[in-house]
Design a protein around this ligand. Structure first.
Ligand code: IPM
Ligand code: MN
Length: 360
């Protein structure tokens, strides 16, 4: 029996996860997939219940599962807490404990949503990018880190650090992904200033020798950020570290019109974790306004990468395209004046499209 853990988390997390769960249960019924879904607490929800953003029982649930689906964590309620007691720590510790070093963040244009992109249609034509972000190293986890007050003056510091093994293993993931796509890899660094990323460039270049069929290019992160809005169609796979990847994947998401559409997979040796790339959107939490499609598409990634059910992933992806074709729009992807549906209705519509597929 396959087990999947849902960690709905905070803000809009519970609503988008409920919609995603509906969709998973629908394909599960259709395919007679033996699968158990259990729910656990992380983030602020776990802080409230157990005073720990990743309680031991949640970590244990994740370790025993075949895959993890996470909604979103964080919110103003917990903003004033000390660093170790922030909701985000739950997510960061999950990534670290499960050794999920490879974060895949695809950004492709949904033709139905062209108008939602802030870029002109001719600029986004053909955009199909995969950001491969290193997820368990870099300045996010580097030591030493800290904050202190010295003679009445506050200072704080973090450490950007990578060793060559960490760079090599993420580079391998990116080159292999490029091989299955358009065979172009752009590695992003700041090698003109930072030693860490000079090493990054060296190691990526070395790994690239084993992939002569993949065209390797290096860009500085400032230039990459500019190119992403100037001519985004030039990119295929973008490989970068944890911090630059965090920033560039948000930027890439906007090309597609809404961060509410983009799924992600975090992979390591064992089970993977799947999440929408957006946050917990506390401003619209509990109002049935959030777009569940990124979470639903994360379920599709989960079926493909962790559960060996690529055909079911494709069915979900087709159902999402179908509801977009039908004109269903949550507020984030609606054009001015277009009617809007809520989170639940959007989830139901995807489930209905799946049932319709099965009978046609
Ligand atoms: C993301 C998020 C997280 C990150 C936060 C919530 C810790 O922004 O997944 O991109 O910075 O990695
Ligand atoms: Mn982010």
């Amino acid at each position: 029996m396959t087990t999947v853990v849902f960690f709905p988390g905070d803000g809009i997390g519970p609503e988008i996860c409920a919609a995603a769960r509906r969709v998973l249960e629908t394909v599960q019924e259709q395919a007679e997939l033996p699968l158990t879904v259990v729910e656990g607490l992380v983030g602020g929800a776990a802080l409230d219940a157990h005073d720990d953003p990743l309680p031991p029982e949640s970590l244990e649930l994740a370790r025993r599962a075949d895959a993890v689906l996470l909604g979103a964590v964080g919110g103003p309620k917990w903003d004033g807490l000390p660093p170790a007691k922030r909701p985000e720590q739950g997510l960061l510790r999950l990534r670290k404990e499960l050794e999920l070093f490879a974060n895949l963040r695809p950004a492709q244009i949904f033709p139905q949503l062209r108008a939602a992109s802030p870029l002109r249609p001719e600029l986004i034509e053909g955009v199909d990018i995969l950001v491969v972000r290193e997820l368990t190293g870099d300045i996010y986890f580097g030591e030493p880190r800290g904050a202190e007050v010295v003679q009445g003056k506050r200072r704080a510091w973090n450490t950007m650090v990578y060793d060559e093994d960490e760079i090599r293993r993420i580079a391998e993931v990116a080159f292999r992904a490029a091989r299955d796509r358009r065979r172009r890899l752009c590695s992003v660094d700041k090698a003109n200033v930072l030693e860490t990323t000079r090493l990054w460039r060296e190691v990526v270049t070395e790994v690239g020798r084993d992939y002569p069929d993949v065209e390797l290019q290096h860009l500085y992160v400032d230039n990459a950020a500019m190119q992403l809005v100037r001519a985004p169609a030039q990119f295929d796979v973008i490989l970068t570290g944890n911090m630059f990847g965090d920033i560039l994947s948000d930027e890439a998401s906007q090309l597609t019109g809404s961060i509410g559409m983009l799924a992600s997979a975090s992979l390591g040796q064992g089970r993977g974790m799947y999440e929408p790339i957006h946050g917990s959107a506390p401003d619209i939490a509990g109002q049935d306004r959030a777009n569940p499609l990124a979470t639903i598409l994360s379920v599709a990634m989960m079926l493909r990468h962790s559960l060996d059910q690529a055909p079911l992933a494709e069915r979900i992806e087709a159902a999402v395209l179908r509801v977009l074709d039908q004109g269903l729009r949550t507020a984030d992807i609606a054009a001015a004046g277009e009617p809007v549906v809520g989170t639940q209705a959007m989830g139901e519509a995807v489930a209905a499209a799946l049932r319709e597929q099965a009978t046609s």
